[in-house]
Design a protein around this ligand. Structure first.
Ligand SMILES: Nc1ncnc2c1ncn2[C@@H]1O[C@H](COP(=O)(O)OP(=O)(O)OP(=O)(O)O)[C@@H](O)[C@H]1O
Length: 628
């Protein structure tokens, strides 16, 4: 005997083997608190088991008709729910193998959990446990369609179960009984059950009935043909809209059929009747093998498609264990692309055959349309004339702006646009604001669609070049006042330039160089930071200080400015220029620092005082003269 063999045998002699134990109540806690979004999913799991049982029996006997019913007896804390199917049922062997073994499922066919597809919805072998969220015991009566005795199985959350063989033979199928756990009355309420059953099972091909309070209600009618073949929905407009309203709880006026090339995923995209925010939660409703999987599937459509709410059915995607989402895999990516493509194709079709309808969608959902156009030049080419942009001529459709035949200038930030827009419009320059989301990409696209057009970026400095200088004589005349004004704004690192520009109503224009804009942000941060951070910011700021001068252009064509420079005494001139400066900051939506706030406050008080003094008799005025 070799030395190695000896060692192995010694090891085997001292080795003890054990089985993993599962703490069932711990598992149930994990499921209820971390996997499922609400205890009400127990109903989905039961319904799904009933559907799978019917599908399995259909595979044995094609002529058989499946049916499912739900019954509630008693009310409040004495309520009991029973769900019955006439499906495949379970033999005693099945019970031990599948029902009582967590993680074991009769629906996987023994291969992989993730890769294999079957006609069943269940696959993980954990769904039934969800019933313990609402009941302290699961009682199942079952008769296998394959024969054998009828059985009663009782399972408890502590992991124990019992089996009793029944004297009387049931017809094939299964009944599951749940008695309401204290605090779970809401999950046994007939009205709630009716709504949830519809929610989960509206597309199921087998009839579901609910018996409660002496009434029988049919939950689902036949699944409409146009849902399976969405192209047909065009001919059933009212019906399709009503269906969307019932299922999604909103009234829609328009929809777009959805397809994929495999034919295994499809649906209807309802156009939202109101504009939605880019970040609003996408709540598409997705059915897997006709059972509701998710009411808030986000990843089933491309990101740009936030103008629709969809009902999607599929039999090719893989649900996660919570059954509320899908695995993000290649198949989902293909489905997402193809559903997006069917939306895009329909929008392109509308441009040709029904432009009014498309324009309506664009008006309502500009952002969503811009998002698509920004990543798809062909789409942009088709719809660009209907997209609206903020411009120096107001918010206008691109088509109207193009028809003006002007050169198009654009800014890349909202700040730049605000600085430029008044002057640009006064000089009839067409400037488009590229500062909003997607707009810069779209302007880029415009240059590709119209390669011969003059489209150029405009900076605030470029616009101020177009001002008219004052004459030499005027410069001499106002020399002293310009000097005072300039000195007054030195402490704000702003220089004053006296010019003439249009419109005359605009007394001043403020431009900020890149450096001074960065310095302003640093200063704003410094004012609210701790002392260490503040000193770092201060050091950073001093690097900018040299270059960081802003300019306040004052318009000599403006009557008030003209009066200030012609006749004001120097204290009035300084106060007025400071007020014009802070006013320009406010107009440009720039945050003001403490010093500027103080200048604003002081200025207001001064002007109130001067105003009051101007209206008071000479004798009284004397006392107030030295107020400031
Ligand atoms: N109504 C039913 N009729 C026949 N068999 C059933 C029924 N309900 C449950 N079973 C059996 O019990 C097993 C376990 O059910 P459970 O709901 O826990 O998991 P599953 O449906 O297989 O998978 P999943 O966790 O994905 O739902 C099933 O695989 C099935 O064999």
């Amino acid at each position: 005997m070799s030395q190695n063999q000896n060692q192995n045998e010694n090891q085997n002699l001292s080795q003890d083997n054990y089985r993993f134990q599962v703490n069932l109540s711990g598992m149930i806690d994990i499921l209820s608190n971390h996997l499922y979004s609400s205890p009400r999913v127990f109903l989905r799991e039961l319904l799904q088991n009933a559907v799978d049982a019917v599908t399995a029996r259909k595979q044995m006997d094609d002529g058989y008709e499946g049916r499912i019913s739900v019954e509630v007896t008693g009310s409040g804390s004495t309520a009991t729910l029973m769900i019955e199917d006439n499906g495949i049922g379970l033999t005693e062997e099945d019970v031990h193998e599948f029902l009582a073994m967590i993680g074991q499922s009769s629906k996987r066919g023994g291969k992989g959990l993730l890769t294999e597809e079957t006609s069943f919805i269940g696959r993980f072998g954990i769904g039934l446990l969800s019933c313990f969220m609402v009941s302290d015991e699961i009682v199942m009566l079952t008769q296998s369609a394959k024969g054998g005795l009828s059985l009663e199985w009782r399972g408890k959350p502590d992991g124990t179960y019992s089996i009793r063989r029944l004297d009387t033979r049931m017809s094939p199928g299964t009944r599951v009984y749940l008695r309401c756990k204290p605090g779970c009355e809401v999950y046994f309420d007939p009205m709630n059950l009716q709504n949830w059953l519809y929610n989960y099972g509206a597309l199921l091909p087998y009839p579901i009935t609910l018996h409660a309070e002496g009434l029988s209600r049919t939950i689902n009618v036949m699944r409409p043909d146009w849902l399976i073949n969405p192209e047909l929905a065009r001919g059933k407009r009212d019906e399709a809209l009503r269906f969307g309203e019932r299922l999604l709880g909103e009234r829609f006026h328009d929809f777009i059929p959805l397809f994929t090339s495999s034919g295994r995923t499809g649906g209807i995209a309802y156009v939202l009747p109101q504009a939605v925010n880019l970040n609003s939660k996408k709540a598409h409703r997705v059915y897997l093998k006709n059972m509701l999987v998710s009411e808030s599937a986000e990843n089933i459509l491309p990101d740009w498609a936030f103008f629709v709410k969809c009902v999607v059915w599929t039999d090719e995607l893989q649900p996660t264990a919570s059954r509320e989402h899908f695995y993000e895999n290649e198949k989902l990516e293909t489905v997402r692309e193809q559903l997006g493509e069917s939306l895009r194709r329909e929008l392109m079709r509308m441009a040709e055959v029904d432009p009014d309808r498309l324009q309506h969608i664009i008006r309502l959902h500009t952002l969503s349309m811009k998002a698509l156009a920004a990543e798809d030049l062909d789409f942009f080419r088709i719809i660009h004339r209907w997209l609206s942009f903020e411009s120096s001529f107001g918010r206008r459709q691109l088509g109207e702006l193009l028809d003006e035949g002007r050169d198009i200038y654009f800014t890349l930030t909202l700040d730049e646009f605000r600085q430029i827009t008044h002057v640009a419009s006064a000089q009839s320059l067409l400037v488009v604001n590229g500062g909003y989301i997607y707009d810069a990409e779209l302007i880029d696209g415009l240059a590709q669609v119209y390669p011969d057009m003059n489209i150029a970026r405009l900076l605030p400095e470029d616009v101020s070049m177009a001002f008219t200088d004052i004459t030499r004589e005027e410069r001499l005349q106002y020399y002293e006042n310009i000097r005072h004004a300039d000195a007054a704004l030195q402490r704000f690192r702003c220089q004053v330039e006296l010019k003439r520009f249009k419109p005359v109503e605009l007394p001043s224009l403020f431009t900020l160089s890149k450096e001074s804009s960065e310095l302003r942000s640093l200063e704003a941060a410094e004012q609210v930071s701790s002392s260490e951070l503040s000193s770092i910011l201060n050091t950073l700021g001093s690097a900018y200080k040299e270059a960081a001068y802003s300019t306040l252009y004052l318009n000599l064509d403006n009557p008030v400015v003209s009066r200030i420079f012609s006749s004001a005494e120097s204290s009035m001139l300084v106060a007025a220029v400071e007020m014009l400066y802070v006013n320009a900051l406010m107009m440009g939506h720039y945050p003001m620092n403490r010093q500027e706030m103080a200048a604003l406050n002081l200025g207001i008080l001064r002007f109130i005082d001067w105003g009051l003094s101007a209206g008071t008799p000479q004798t009284e005025r004397k006392d107030n003269d030295d107020g400031f």
